[in-house]
Design a protein around this ligand. Structure first.
Ligand SMILES: Nc1ncnc2c1ncn2[C@@H]1O[C@H](COP(=O)(O)OP(=O)(O)OP(=O)(O)O)[C@@H](O)[C@H]1O
Length: 244
């Protein structure tokens, strides 16, 4: 069975401990979100899991067959157009024509229009850049997707649309997702588990499992669960929420 396992992970930048005794497991077809205060080490943890930083203490075992990463800022190559950016992960694996046509298909699925295919990043709106970013991350049909606040700069319509893509992808292809968010409602809508990471140093204070089926999580469910969350003493302490 594919999975990602983090065991007894500690991480330092210089002499400063950023992460302390992190343990969790992400299995096939599951979505885990990481929430916590700014500067708490969420991005560092995601980068370690994605192999973008070296583990120095503890172990991270990733035996998912393939993975990809999407950041909050789209990080598109400015000298490549929409389709060329989307096809980057598959260009070495498929012949050009096939890769091009696959990129066009996924671009359309992500709401991009044919007239935009030859545009360069400087001529795209923020929302279009994010669509390209997502299409590029998903074109290789990864078994594991790492997302670092990918929805935070988007309007509510596009946010909902891309969140639905993540859920659909997870359902159809069984893609597992590890993502960071500052939005508790988003975490509740999408996740099987939420890791609450406190800061200084970053430690998992609590793991919330949400068993309720994702397709049934309507606004009422999300609102009431968020209220439950915001009343939790660990959430109040972690985010230093002032209770009135
Ligand atoms: N390359 C680096 N060198 C030294 N310190 C770093 C480096 N990258 C991050 N840090 C520090 O590590 C800590 C954790 O940063 P990280 O970006 O992981 O937090 P975060 O929880 O993702 O924050 P945010 O929610 O604001 O994005 C911060 O104090 C940050 O300044």
């Amino acid at each position: 069975m594919e999975g990602l396992k983090v065991e007894e992970l500690n991480f330092y930048f210089g002499f400063t401990q950023i992460l302390k005794d992190i343990n969790f497991e992400l299995n096939e077809n599951k979505i885990i979100s990481i929430v916590g205060p700014s500067g708490g080490g969420k991005t560092t943890l995601l980068k370690l899991c994605a192999g973008l930083l070296d583990v120095t203490e503890g172990t991270i075992t990733n035996n998912f067959g393939s993975s990809s990463f999407a950041f909050q800022d789209a990080r598109l190559l400015p000298w490549k157009n929409v389709i060329e950016n989307i096809m980057l992960p598959i260009i070495a694996k498929l012949e050009f024509k096939k890769a091009y046509s696959k990129a066009c298909d996924i671009a359309l699925r992500f709401g991009l229009e044919e007239k935009d295919f030859k545009k360069y990043p400087k001529d795209l709106s923020g929302g279009m850049k994010q669509r390209v970013n997502f299409a590029r991350a998903l074109i290789c049909e990864p078994k594991l997707l790492f997302l670092d606040e990918p929805f935070s700069a988007l309007d509510i319509g596009l946010k909902k649309e891309l969140q639905d893509f993540v859920l659909e992808n997870s359902k159809i292809f069984g893609t597992s997702v590890l993502f960071i968010t500052h939005d508790l409602m988003e975490a509740i809508r999408l996740s099987d588990e939420i890791l609450l990471l406190k800061s200084d140093p970053g430690e998992i204070l609590k793991t919330y499992k949400i068993e309720y089926p994702k397709e049934l999580r309507d606004d009422n469910f999300v609102f009431s669960k968020t209220k439950e969350f915001l009343d939790d003493k660990d959430v109040i302490k972690t985010f230093e929420i002032k209770v009135r």
